[in-house]
Design a binder for this molecule. Structure first.
Ligand code: PXP
Length: 238
């Protein structure tokens, strides 16, 4: 069964624009679950530009909701994650100046640090995922790191499709990486820049088990509402 994870960071972005309390990401997390998402994703950034610690804490305390927390490799962030106990952690690279996560992790450079982080998270019964670029070398390194899952950065594919450029080479790279990861027993997820069209195209890669989608869902919901948009994605994915 394929799963849909909804990233609700931008609910917090809208709330923060006013510096008040509405719309509340905790309410959003409950709502998104009620209308059919399998999990929610929140990215607790080092600069706390959208989701704040208190949001993450409250969301992780909700019963019956699977929470995927994205965090950087900063040890303070890992400690925070272990304290608030999400079900899943996805380790992402983080750069203060970026608007959004621009690429996958540099697994080679951060191998030792990542190994320690994965061990610590696993000891705390947290499912681990690494956000990586579609590279076979990174799949081999992911196997050595013994991560439970990988999330393949689909941003480049999404940009090519949206700008009507040739995308078959990028899609084939993602496909080959997904198949190798699955062969190694690593669960494959996909995320970044996905909309209806890009998700339909990606769905051809059968071994992708989870899609994590944020910006398009929140943006499209302005016109059609969250329940409708989430239901449309469920129809595409499942
Ligand atoms: N997956 C990861 C690891 C991300 O960092 C993001 C962006 O925060 C997403 C998925 C969702 O990307 P988008 O908002 O473009 O759908």
């Amino acid at each position: 069964m394929k799963r849909l994870g909804v990233n609700i960071d931008h609910i917090a972005t809208i709330r923060n624009a006013r510096g008040e309390f509405h719309p509340d990401p905790v309410t959003a997390a409950k709502f998104v679950k009620k209308v059919g998402a399998d999990s929610i994703t929140i990215h607790l950034r080092e600069d706390r530009r959208h989701i704040k610690d208190i949001d993450a804490k409250k969301i992780c305390l909700l019963k019956g909701l699977l929470v995927n927390l994205e965090i950087s490799t900063n040890l303070k962030m890992i400690k925070t994650a272990i304290k608030i106990k999400p079900n899943f952690v996805c380790i992402v690279p983080e750069n203060r100046k970026e608007i959004t996560t621009e690429g996958g992790l540099d697994l080679k450079k951060n191998k030792n640090r990542l190994k320690k982080i994965i061990n610590r998270l696993k000891k705390n019964n947290i499912r681990t995922s690494l956000f990586i670029n579609p590279s076979l070398e990174d799949i081999r390194l992911s196997k050595e790191l013994e991560t439970d899952c990988i999330e393949i950065h689909t941003g480049r594919l999404a940009n090519l499709i949206k700008s009507k450029k040739k995308f078959t080479h990028e899609l084939s790279k993602i496909s080959k990486c997904s198949i190798l990861a699955e062969k190694y027993g690593i669960e494959v997820h996909a995320g970044h820049g996905l909309d209806y069209k890009t998700t339909r195209i990606l769905k051809k890669i059968k071994v992708i088990k989870e899609y994590n989608i944020g910006h398009f869902i929140i943006g499209e919901s302005i016109f059609y509402g969250l329940p409708k948009v989430i239901k449309n994605f469920i129809k595409i994915i499942k």
